[in-house]
Design a protein around this ligand. Structure first.
Ligand SMILES: *[C@@H]1O[C@H](CO)[C@@H](O)[C@H](O)[C@H]1NC(C)=O
Length: 438
């Protein structure tokens, strides 16, 4: 049986402060908790849906921008890429909830967030939905690590706990080996041991105020599994001059598939065992077409998702290489210099909602992992369905993923107030330049 698998990843965001004072807000917590629960209970189902939709659409807008920017930067290094724009979006949104003034305005614009009250309710619902998906494993976890003695406002802690389902722990950053160990153990646990560490002791120092961490883990089987007996080595065009033989899975079956000649690309959707989650692969027509595709990703991915949503399945002979990728991204410069968030990283950062002590964002680190593979016995994944030929004489549609390609794992988010057939959210995305399986 084929097991297609998983992905995971994690983003840690660290905030740095310069002073310490005693924490003394514990007594206030219960009162504020009651208030928050009350505020949350006030939202009607329609308001909740509107907030969810606003946050989901904001996350998706950010995602496309994020992967385009990160993708273009990484492409210069000619490595495979896996990232989770959603994870970055959530970690940054957690920071934004404590921002004020122009710092907050920058966050709201770049993250495409609605008003503060809407975004809190929207995230509460989004995270609730993502942690409650049947037939596949999808886990999203948030955590706030606070430097021992650093005074964090209790309203902020309550907001993270209530709306982001965030755990909160106090850590002594001056004991940096031990502190790194605590954070890495959390990462490891939340990603099913797939990401062993996210911070080095050297990343942590006594001036650190807090670390905001988000982890996303996904593991799911394809709705239609590949037969391992059909996997063979086939040529993959790494670039115009290099061809490598790589283990390539094969399946003949029904898929949603569209051609975008105007973008010189094709898209195919591979659903997982939960029909709301799928992998969308965008294959450039040209062997060296990935760079142009990434440059044009807003248009290509929008067009691709819209057209796939409208199309019907058709029989396709699909060749897909197995692959495994891990990426570590230091996102500080990308976010501050290219994505429009300079202020949160500067000395004029205003995180007044987090603490009266001035803090700024120091580092944003993301590590992500994906493995797409098969294993197991000759289980009966023989698909009889397609043997019957209809009266139509159809040309074979062969989709051979045999050159560098882009992929995204997306989930549809349906609400009662939707205006489009589906809002989707990108859980993971990346590209493969050369399929590597170990
Ligand atoms: C989960 O799996 C069951 C059994 O295969 C299927 O009937 C159901 O539609 C699946 N759920 C989703 C959301 O795809």
């Amino acid at each position: 049986m084929f097991v297609r698998r998983l992905v995971l990843h994690s983003t840690c965001l660290t905030l740095e402060g310069n002073e310490f004072s005693m924490d003394k807000m514990c007594a206030l917590q219960k009162t504020l908790l009651a208030f928050c629960l009350f505020a949350s209970a006030m939202a009607s189902p329609i308001e909740t849906d509107v907030a969810l939709q606003a946050v989901a659409q904001g996350a998706q807008l950010f995602s496309v921008n994020f992967i385009k920017t990160v993708g273009a930067e990484q492409k210069e290094q000619e490595n495979n890429l896996i990232s989770s724009p959603l994870s970055a979006h959530i970690a940054l949104s957690m920071a934004s909830e404590g921002a004020a003034g122009t710092t907050e305005a920058q966050f709201r614009e770049v993250l495409n967030l609605p008003s503060k009250s809407q975004s809190l309710i929207g995230f509460q619902n989004l995270i609730g939905i993502l942690n409650n998906v049947e037939n596949v494993t999808l886990k999203l976890a948030n955590k706030l690590f606070i430097g021992e003695g650093f005074p964090v406002k209790s309203q902020y802690k309550q907001d993270l706990q209530t709306y982001y389902y965030s755990d909160i722990a106090s850590v002594d950053f001056s004991q940096n080996v031990n502190a790194a160990n605590i954070i890495n153990t959390w990462c490891k646990e939340k990603t099913n041991n797939r990401i062993e560490s996210i911070v080095e002791p050297g990343d942590l120092s006594p001036s650190l105020a807090l670390v905001l961490a988000n982890a996303v883990y996904f593991k799911g089987n394809w709705a239609n599994q590949f037969d391992p007996k059909a996997t063979t080595d086939r040529p993959f065009h790494v670039n115009a001059n290099t061809v490598k033989q790589v283990p390539t899975m094969y399946r003949k079956g029904n898929y949603k598939y569209v051609e975008l000649p105007e973008h010189k690309a094709k898209c195919i959707e591979l659903p997982y065992a939960n029909s709301e989650i799928s992998m969308v692969i965008v294959l450039p027509d040209e062997v060296d077409g990935l760079g142009a595709l990434i440059n044009n990703l807003e248009q290509v991915s929008t067009e691709c998702n819209v057209r796939l949503a409208r199309s019907y399945e058709r029989e396709v002979k699909l060749y897909l290489p197995k692959f495994k990728t891990e990426s570590t991204l230091n996102l500080g410069d990308t976010l501050s210099k290219k994505l429009g968030l300079p202020e949160p990283f500067s000395n004029s950062a205003n995180f007044n909602g987090i603490s009266d002590v001035p803090v700024k964002i120091d580092k944003v680190i993301q590590k992500a992992f994906i493995e797409v593979n098969e294993e197991g016995s000759e289980a009966a994944a023989v698909t009889v369905l397609f043997l019957a030929e209809s009266a139509f004489i159809q040309m074979d549609t062969v989709v051979s993923i045999d050159r560098p390609f882009y992929y995204a794992i997306v989930k549809s988010v349906n609400t009662h107030v939707q205006t489009k057939p589906h809002d989707i959210i990108t859980l993971f995305s990346g590209y493969v330049i050369e399929p590597i399986i170990n």
